[in-house]
Write a protein that binds this ligand. Structure first.
Ligand code: GLY
Ligand code: MN
Length: 462
């Protein structure tokens, strides 16, 4: 945990922005995997972590704005529980760590909320994403599960997003740490790669390092020779000479801050010429995008510029033709680049996505596009100092998409299908870094991770 002052200050800021009523923050429970006592890896809710910092299950908190106090709801553990799980801090000790004024048994929360309802005090809550929390809200507030989404507090959601979007110095330190662990994962995987090994051998190495550094994975590992499948979580393929591996994985450090790094590298010690050409196009787009970052830059513009840069590169290889400004405007390049350039990152790898992707990444007057490719851009709005974002351009050859578009003769004024079909078995290349927006520009978080062709090949030859 950070010091209790951090959490007190964060809650005070929140109280300034949510002017009256109660703010209900739900912690997460343990979730059974196949029976009650065999649970999925426990993960506390990120907003609960942000405002309370306590990484234990079966807790909830009310920030009572009207009474100017925070109440932590939870139960002191019985000796029976301690026999199995060991001694745990008392509720009072936990409350002291986070600077909460009061503790009450967990089941008291229903009465506290009913009392507030009877006095017509507004009860602000965030969108629940776990079924057990939805059921609790239904029981405590009398709102049917199907109506909960409409009853969430827009005031609270906006206040939390505004606050969590700007990372403090102590958060940046944690994020640097997460990326440093992530570097070890990537470098170790590059060094261990060899024809004949399985993707899951590499995934195991990455996961082992994340856990061995006191954290865990920030999201499901993408480690695949089929990088053209964007979120490919299958790890059963055998690595073959001539293939490239796309590794998109990151650590969540012990304080639960995420790293999200992608590197693509050859199974052999060197890339083929064809792989080098595509790799360099993606790399140039990534570096160019990063170098353009500063407060005030609209990320949608950066996304479109990266798309244009890659389209120009593809044109130079004969895969596209015509005017690349026009091609990008209609979305023809999305055949190769069907996802967004990046997203916010913090306690969540897609930071605050539970609060509403568009509320985090867009603003009034800047709506998300419905165009294929551009519609997958999670972050479109202007950047501010203190944001941490990913930059992750990629180029992919997806046979099913190529076939569909070709059968429709789609964008043939920009796409050279004969040439494209000679890349059908190419796979995909993505390169991703995590970037802090500073007052006058940007800083790439963490230590340098092999990225140029020469650096990646040097790592493969170590
Ligand atoms: N790292 C996976 C993603 O950004 O969606
Ligand atoms: Mn990412």
């Amino acid at each position: 945990m950070f010091s209790k002052e951090t959490y007190i200050n964060r809650r005070n800021t929140l109280k300034e922005n949510v002017v009256s009523g109660l703010i209900l923050l739900m912690g997460n429970d343990e979730t059974p995997m196949n029976y009650t006592d065999n649970t999925f890896r426990y993960r506390q809710d990120s907003s609960f972590l942000y405002y309370l910092g306590i990484d234990l299950h079966h807790l909830a908190a009310i920030i009572d704005v009207d009474a100017n106090k925070t109440i932590l709801f939870g139960n002191d553990l019985s000796v029976e529980y301690i026999v199995w799980m060991g001694a745990q801090p008392t509720m009072r000790e936990l409350a002291d760590k986070t600077g909460a004024e009061e503790t009450q048994p967990y089941n008291n929360i229903a009465t506290y909320l009913k009392n507030a309802q009877s006095k017509n005090q507004p009860i602000h809550f965030l969108p629940p994403y776990r079924t057990e929390n939805m059921l609790k809200l239904e029981e405590w507030l009398g709102i049917p599960v199907k109506d909960l989404k409409n009853k969430t507090s827009k005031e609270l959601i906006h206040a939390v997003i505004a606050q969590r979007s700007i990372k403090s110095d102590e958060e940046i330190k944690e994020m640097e740490h997460a990326v440093a662990i992530t570097k070890e994962m990537h470098v170790s995987v590059m060094r261990a790669t060899k024809a004949g090994r399985k993707e899951f051998n590499l995934a195991g190495i990455a996961k082992g390092i994340a856990k061995g550094c006191g954290g865990d994975l920030a999201y499901g590992i993408i480690m695949t020779v089929n990088g053209q499948t964007l979120h490919n979580h299958y790890h059963g393929n055998t690595l073959e000479s001539g293939q490239i591996v796309l590794g998109d994985f990151g650590a969540e450090n012990g304080m639960h801050y995420a790293g999200d790094i992608t590197r693509t590298f050859p199974v052999d010690k060197t890339f083929t010429q064809k792989q080098k050409e595509i790799y360099q196009i993606v790399l140039d787009a990534e570096v160019n995008a990063i170098e353009s970052l500063k407060p005030g830059v609209q990320y949608k513009t950066t996304h479109l510029q990266a798309g244009k840069n890659m389209a120009e590169g593809l044109k130079s290889l004969g895969l596209m033709h015509g005017d690349m400004d026009e091609a990008v405007a209609v979305g023809a390049h999305a055949l190769f680049f069907p996802h967004g350039l990046g997203h916010m990152i913090g306690l969540d790898v897609h930071d605050m996505e539970d609060l509403g992707e568009d509320l985090v990444g867009y603003r009034e007057g800047l709506e998300r596009s419905s165009q294929f490719g551009l519609r997958s851009l999670r972050l479109g709005k202007e950047l501010e100092a203190g944001y941490v974002i990913t930059v992750e351009p990629g180029l992919y050859f997806i046979p099913e998409l190529i076939d569909l578009w070709q059968s429709e003769n789609k964008f043939s004024e920009f796409l050279n299908y004969d040439k494209i079909n000679t890349y059908r078995d190419f796979g995909g290349i993505r390169i991703e870094d995590n970037i802090l927006i500073t007052e006058d520009g940007y800083r790439i978080l963490g230590p340098a991770i092999p990225k140029t062709i020469a650096e990646v090949e040097a790592e493969r030859n170590r």
